[in-house]
Every structure is written in C-alpha cells, then in structure tokens.
Ligand binder design. Sequence first.
Ligand SMILES: Nc1nc2c(c(=O)[nH]1)N[C@H]1C(S)=C(S)[C@@H](COP(=O)(O)O)O[C@H]1N2
Ligand SMILES: [Mo]
Length: 406
Amino acid sequence: MKARALSRRDLFKLGTAGAAVLTHAEAQAAGKKAGPVCEEGGCCITPSGDFYNVERGKPLPYQQPIEKLREIGMVRETWQLEIMADPASNSKIERPMLRSDGTALTFERLMEIAKTKAVSYLKVITCNNLADPLGHGLWEGVPLRDVLWECGPVENLRHVWYHGHHNEDPKQIFKCYLPMNRVFEDPPGELPVMLCYKLNGEFLTGERGGPVRMIVPEAYGFKSVKWLQRIGFTNAHQSDDTYANGNNDINSWLKTFARFGDLPDKLRAGEELSLHGNAQVGISGLKKVQYWVRDAGAPLPANDPHFTTAPWQDAQIVPFDGSGISGFKGAPLHPVQFDAATRTPRQWPLRHTLCRWVAAPIKLAAGKYEIRCRTLDENGNAQPMPRPFPKSGRNNIQKALLEVIA
Ligand SMILES: Nc1nc2c(c(=O)[nH]1)N[C@H]1C(S)=C(S)[C@@H](COP(=O)(O)O)O[C@H]1N2
Ligand SMILES: [Mo]
C-alpha cells in the first residue's frame, strides 16, 4: 500500500500542527490533494482529484503511456470485462462473457445497459486501516446484478469474486468476494453493488479506478476494486479477499465516527473557538455528533476508557446543501437516498455518506486543553461501540490539543 502524504489534519491530530502546515484551502491552491474536508455546505463532496489514493500496482495502470493503456484495456474504448464460472469451482452459468470468443462486456455495451438501469448514490470511500475517509461523492453505475443476470446463472453459486488489472502478475492481484445474495438482492433501505463508471457527473479517471470500478455501498474501500477486469461465479462458501491478508476484517460494514476539520492549535484567551469537522455515517446511521473539552492537566475519568460518563456537549449536523454538486443535475439518483420529485436526500445525513458538523462557538480561559469528538449512532450507541476493533475500521474517539494563551 502506498503511503499518502500527511495532511494538515493528520498533523493536527498528532498535536504537532504549526503555522507552516497547509490549511485545506492552501492545499487546494498549491495543487495538493485536499481530501474530503468540507468547509462549507452540509455535504462533503470531494472533487475526483482530491481523493486520497490507496492503490497497489507496479506500474500503476493509469501511469502508463496511452498506447499501453489502450493495449491493456484501461481506456473506455478498449475496456473489456470478462465474466465466467470459476474454473476452480463447479458453478454453472449459461452465457459467460469472454475475450476469447468476443463476448466480453465492452464499455459501449455497459452504456447500453445504463440507458435503462443506471443508478447513482452518495458514498464515502474509507480504508479500514486509515483514520480519515479518503473521499466522498456521487457515484454512478449499473447494478452488478443486471449484468450478472445476463450471464444466465444456473446453480452452485455462493459467491462472486472480482479483480482489477494487475499487470498479469499473480503477486499483484487485488481480489474481492461478495456473497451471491448480496449482489442479487438488496435488503430494504440498502443500495445496490454497482459497476461504476462516473463520479460527480464525470467519467472515472484512471486514478479513481476507471474505466470501471466496483462500488460496494456499505463496505470499506477494499471491496470497491478499481480497474475492474474479471468477475467469477464461484461455489466457494467463504470469501478469500486479498485484503484478508494483514489481519483485515473483510466482512466489516462502515462504522459511524466523527473527525475534526482544520482547527487552530493555539488561541488567545477571549478568542472564539468554533469546533467543526465531518462525520462518517456507517451502517447504523448517525443521530448526533458530540464534543468534550477538558483541562489537559486534570485526571481522566477512572475506569471509563471510552469516556461514556464524560460531560459531552451536542454539536449540530449541518443541513444538506446540494448547490455545489453539478453531478446531481442529470444523475439517475437512487430512490433509497433521494426523493424523486425534489431530487434531494430523503433525510440528512444518509447512511454510507460523509456529513459536516459544527458546534456553537465557545471561549476558553488560558490553559491547555484536550478536545474530543464522538458520534451517537441511530441506535443511540456511542462510538466506538459496538465495534472498537481497528482492523474492522477505525472509529476511535478523536483527540485534539489546544493551547489558550493569556
Ligand atoms: N485494483 C485495485 N483496487 C483497489 C485497490 C488496489 O490496490 N487495487 N485498493 C483498495 C483499497 S484498500 C481502498 S481503501 C480503495 C481506495 O479507493 P480510492 O483510491 O479511490 O480512494 O480502493 C480499493 N480498490
Ligand atoms: Mo484500503
């Protein structure tokens, strides 16, 4: 995995932020990746180029010359997706889609299917191994089931696996599995797994995983395989994702948690402090974001590692404001998330998205402070419950340090 550059927020969290570190606006002005920090509006839409990347591949497919990209099918004109019964399994399908006989799925054919089946929805991409979301946007694609159904599935079908372009080097493969039933049926209120070709109204760039990537709405980033190349129907009864290596929990749903945005690390007494940040809305929804300011010198509450008895204060979730989202215009918004008549979210925040929160300004006396933020999910459970284990996604209570100078 390629390490990403430390953002200002990372530094802030380490308590080392200084005047020389770029703010979000400065990062954008300097042409650096700005991540999904949202400084205005309720909806933290990340421009495609501002996403942090988590990617493997030597070379990375999108960094190759255009002739090579054409050759390996990593441009829309030459992209082909193969769908087959896993040769290592006894799955039966009637109509595989193969390169060898010219039946592989082309981008043109995908667009044909999209005319009647396309959907789009908001989703945050988060790596279970990183504290911050990588980016959030409106993804458009065709439900995977609509393409798999054309292959005529027959029997012995328990999972699908899929992988991206990997330089034909088995060591570089990045493979994922999904239960067949997850693909063919969405539980009530859930979004479809999709073959995705657009983000925020534009075709996917190579950096973002184009021509086509998988998007799995409720899952961590590793299920959303980029540079999609092949799908297999298998009778394997278990998932065997590449990401199962490294102790990752491959069955984890997105968790709910709050993060701070750009905050000062020093203030003068009498100056107002406006706490703000974003919150990831996981499978269990988001009821509240809360913060807690404490004197850094005072003892922490005894026998309460998750600070459940601390005097948490409520922050406010910023209402949805879609004014800046050009991709909404013609997008085939999914009815699970959006009202068809008003083309606005049915509620805010929505599950699997990133929202913005702010707290009423406060003034603090001179001293050193620790400031924490957390979420309460729709079930009323405070983060990091019910699953505080980092390998299924990080949802620790974030701590920031602040010095108020007399
Ligand atoms: N083909 C391929 N797809 C991939 C990966 C990869 O290395 N190769 N990384 C995965 C991981 S671990 C994450 S967290 C997300 C990151 O998506 P992003 O780079 O669009 O932010 O992509 C996923 N898809
Ligand atoms: Mo990841």
